[in-house]
Ligand binder design. Structure first.
Ligand code: ZN
Length: 360
């Protein structure tokens, strides 16, 4: 946060461009073909150059673990296919009109190791996910639809990119009614305004954009519509962020930042969340603060505080501003530089928002 939050606008995006699901609802599914091999490797062929994310949910009682992938565009025909071995069934669903959800539902008791599972792009239109932890508990036969080998008009040299972090787990996250809520996520700073710059050149803008995009994906996977005030490294001034939020009809607003002090104060670390006024904003701030602390052992609890930051003072819905740690702190900085920690923070912030929305 700090003074650089007041940077001058170089670009202002039209609100409609900022909805994360930017494809029209009638767009065809980006899923062209899929296959799960006998030894537990999921392969996908998709439309080229899309972004997608895989999720994991642990099993409970009579329900086994599941892995799912959300892709842009709707399936023509939602369907359920009988599985094989530990893979109980495969569903091609439509959680909302603009999304295809490929769900791999495993039998109760199936062991998977989500920490070592990564969805990796191997070409512009090819993806691979190794279902680790299955051991000998594999499939009896290969399952699939379509041909994953066809690469639009020719062979593409496999170039690994993307998908470098483990699968986020939404297990244990509160459920809220799908399609009822809309939330604005505001990644602080951006573009020529890097926000705070800390140890090793760690930039606040990179940290908070990565966390914010993951929060958006996770909320969407739980049926919450998300409006992002920025989705890339551009600078958006504060009034347009507030105008966008206030015209969005959202039930909550969360600005995500990282803190900084002088480089001479590496001893200062910790997590804090601000709100301006009102019991609702305070409840949002408290839920987010509590969840962030839970994934940041040893990091000081700097508390839930009132603050007069523009984006939480001028927004009309319950609003909070989360400070995820100090980029200048010797404890926080290496954590914020770690993709795994940023993922845990994103999951924590998502849990906080869902709790606030009434997911219990
Ligand atoms: Zn900031």
């Amino acid at each position: 946060m700090r003074a650089s939050c007041r940077a001058i606008a170089l670009a202002t995006l039209a609100p409609s461009a900022l909805l994360l699901a930017s494809l029209p609802a009638h767009a065809a599914s980006a899923l062209a073909a899929w296959r799960v091999s006998r030894d537990g490797v999921l392969e996908l062929r998709t439309s080229p150059s899309i972004s997608l994310q895989a999720f994991y949910e642990s099993g409970r009682g009579t329900q086994g673990p599941r892995v799912w992938i959300d892709l842009p565009g709707a399936p023509v025909r939602p369907r359920t296919l009988r599985g094989s071995g530990a893979l109980r069934e495969v569903r091609i669903g439509k959680p909302d009109p603009g999304t295809t959800r490929l769900v791999l539902e495993f039998a109760p008791g199936t062991q998977l190791d989500p920490r070592n599972m990564r969805l990796v792009g191997t070409a512009r239109d090819r993806w691979r996910l190794e279902l680790t932890g299955l051991g000998s508990n594999r499939l009896i036969s290969t399952l699939g639809e379509g041909n994953v080998e066809v690469a639009g008009g020719g062979w593409v040299r496999p170039t690994p990119f993307g998908g470098s972090r483990p699968l986020p787990s939404t297990g244990g996250m509160p459920a809220v009614p799908r399609g009822r809520f809309r939330v604005v996520i505001d990644p602080g700073h951006g573009g020529p305004d890097p926000g705070a710059v800390g140890i090793g050149g760690l930039r606040e803008t990179d940290v908070v954009l990565d966390i914010s995009l993951q929060v958006a994906q996770l909320l969407q996977s739980k049926g919450v519509q998300v409006v992002l005030t920025r989705t890339s490294e551009i600078d958006v001034d504060l009034p347009p962020r507030v105008a966008l939020a206030n015209s969005s009809g959202a039930q909550a607003f969360l600005s995500i930042h990282a803190n900084a002090l002088s480089m001479a104060r590496p001893d200062v670390n910790g997590i804090e969340t601000f709100y301006f006024q009102g019991a609702q904003s305070r409840a949002l701030a408290e839920a987010v603060q509590e969840e962030m602390l839970r994934v940041s052992p040893g990091s000081p609890d700097r508390g839930v505080k009132t603050g007069r930051f523009f984006v939480i003072r001028r927004t009309v819905m319950p609003a909070a501003l989360a400070e995820t740690g100090f980029v200048t702190g010797d404890l926080d900085s290496p954590r914020l530089a770690d993709a795994g920690h940023r993922q845990r923070l994103a999951q924590a912030i998502t849990r906080g928002i869902l709790r606030y929305l009434g997911g219990g």
